[in-house]
Design a protein around this ligand. Structure first.
Ligand code: HEM
Length: 503
């Protein structure tokens, strides 16, 4: 167990960044004794249920929800049933309530902000706790809940969220970005297109970046002679496979909760592979720690001085959660900038001015995240009964917040499907002003005490790399838009019709 002496109050976080704890007052949605006329959650609109197979038939050929997968799927579901939708338990997948109403989301998220439980990645949780017989020990932010999570989070918050600590990585992340630009220039064909798989290239950049911050040393992912079976390429493939398999096991009906299905057995092996690969990188980081000053140390080095177990787990989780997320966000930003040459030119002007502050760069990335987010929504498990939109939501219910969909509603963001970075810089009297949106409509990094621990790092990585890309390349795109495949994360799929002309 972790030493309780290392425990820091959770709400150090409020001091770390006030933005994280929004103080907008909302009425508590917990059920009160006077709430006698609430409707049952079973009356919430949703696909009709049949005995035994439940709502399954709607997803089968000929069913109304067949092929409704992908990020636009929930939009169609809300159009059919309204802003609160019921999905019954199905083959081991617990029942859940989908919300597209920002105020209802606010009520649950704020009420669940003391010890928030975010279900998901249950198979990883199973691997870490049951498979590895690790029930009572800490397993990390993704898989722990309650006091174990709180203690872990309190230990890592100051190291991973404090702006002045994150700023120390600016120089090394810029070196990574510049090295990636060199690699991209070398990898272009005569049409100025990237010869290698573009998604894998972006993952390589993201792994080198997060590896540098997590471990405090360069991984050398950009070595042109890196063999296909190197730990670097293996880790990239493994992280991708984990998200895809996790999606099948944890976010879709799956019988693994009753018996070990072949996919479940495969997942256990994959989690083990990821664990062993990250151990390899952690050892590499530890070897190089000896001659490092405090400011050069990565998250691993800083955490090792506090708690070795936490240090290892956090470094490993960074190599899991920090690769596909940042990579797909940069790809989305490049695509949108390629499709909007005027915005790209405006951004290049800001970057070339070498001014220390780059508000338009931030706005461009924010707007990409609003339109093409890598994460569609978020989830909490209700730790008490709620009165949500007149329905009694029982304790333990999984509640899903459809932030992507709400961010594309006209009522929150006028001209919602248009790429307008200016809305993030507009003044209050401008109808486009982002502050007119409900504060809980758009939450790409989640909310409150449990929000993304990698947010500050991801933002610095992406700002630095996008700036170098736009400084060096005139980015163009031809042909139809890319497809987006939903598998726990939203993956932008090829063909990647980017052209990178020298500026
Ligand atoms: C564009 C990039 C990223 C996006 C959009 C993103 C988004 C999210 C979201 C929505 C959550 C759930 C928050 C909640 O429950 O309220 C989350 C959690 C998390 N993220 Fe990220 N993330 C990104 C990058 C990263 C990076 C680079 C890391 C690596 C440090 C990371 C590590 C984590 C971890 C460990 C959690 C679990 C936090 C907890 O439960 O306490 N993420 N992220």
């Amino acid at each position: 167990m972790m030493q309780t002496t290392k425990f820091r109050p959770l709400f150090n976080l409020a001091a770390v960044n006030k933005e994280f704890i929004r103080t907008v007052a909302v009425a508590s949605a917990a059920v009160k004794p006077t709430d006698t006329n609430l409707k049952s959650w079973r009356e919430i609109p949703g696909p009709s249920s049949l005995p035994i197979i439940g709502q399954m038939h709607h997803f089968l050929p000929g069913g109304a929800l067949q092929g409704i997968e992908g990020p636009e799927g929930t939009m169609k579901i809300f159009a059919m049933y309204g802003p609160i939708v019921r999905f019954d338990a199905m083959f081991g997948k617990p029942a859940m309530i989908l919300l597209q109403d920002a105020e209802a989301c606010a009520q649950v998220l704020r009420s669940e902000n003391w010890l928030p439980v975010r279900p998901g990645f249950m198979s990883l949780e199973y691997y870490r706790k049951e498979h590895k017989k690790n029930k009572t020990r800490v397993t990390g932010l993704i898989t722990d809940h309650g006091d174990l999570w709180k203690e872990f989070r309190s230990t890592v918050n100051p190291i991973m969220l404090q702006p002045k600590t994150i700023k120390l990585y600016t120089k090394v992340l810029d070196e990574v970005a510049q090295d990636m630009i060199v690699r991209m220039k070398e990898n272009r064909d005569e049409k100025n297109m990237i010869c290698n798989d573009f998604d894998k290239e972006m993952n390589l950049w993201a792994l080198e970046s997060i590896g540098t911050v997590a471990l405090g040393c360069r991984l050398n992912c950009f070595d042109p002679n890196l063999p296909a079976d190197s730990p670097e390429w293996e880790l990239i493939q493994c992280v991708h496979d984990l998200f895809v398999t996790g999606n099948e096991l944890d976010f879709k009906p799956s019988l693994w909760r009753y018996f070990a299905t072949p996919l479940f057995k495969q997942a256990m092996k994959m989690y083990e592979r990821h664990e062993n690969l990250t151990k390899h990188f952690i050892e590499k980081g530890k070897e190089q720690l000896k001659n490092k000053s405090d400011s050069e140390k990565g998250v691993l080095g800083k955490l090792l001085e506090i708690n070795e177990e936490v240090a290892h787990i956090m470094a490993s989780d960074m190599l899991f959660a920090g690769v596909d997320t940042a990579a797909n966000t940069v790809t989305a930003t490049l695509y949108l900038l390629a499709k909007h040459p005027d915005k790209q030119a405006k951004l290049r002007e800001e970057i070339m001015s070498k001014s220390e502050k780059r508000p338009y760069l931030r706005a461009c990335i924010k707007e990409s995240i609003r339109i093409m987010p890598v994460v569609s929504g978020n989830m909490r498990m209700a730790t008490k009964e709620y009165n949500i939109m007149g329905y009694r939501i029982p304790k333990d219910m999984h509640v899903v917040f459809a932030h992507r969909d709400m961010s594309l509603l006209d009522e929150h963001y006028p001209r919602p499907r248009e790429y307008i970075p200016e809305r993030w810089l507009a003044s209050k009297d401008d109808p486009l002003y982002y502050g007119n949106a409900h504060p809980f409509a758009h939450a790409p990094f989640g909310f409150g005490a449990r929000s993304c621990i990698g947010r500050r790092i991801a933002e610095l990585e992406m700002d630095t790399f996008v700036a170098r890309l736009i400084e060096n390349f005139q980015v163009e795109w031809f042909g139809p838009p890319p497809t987006v495949q939903q598998a726990a994360l939203n993956y932008i799929k090829g063909p990647y019709n980017f052209i990178f002309k020298d500026v």
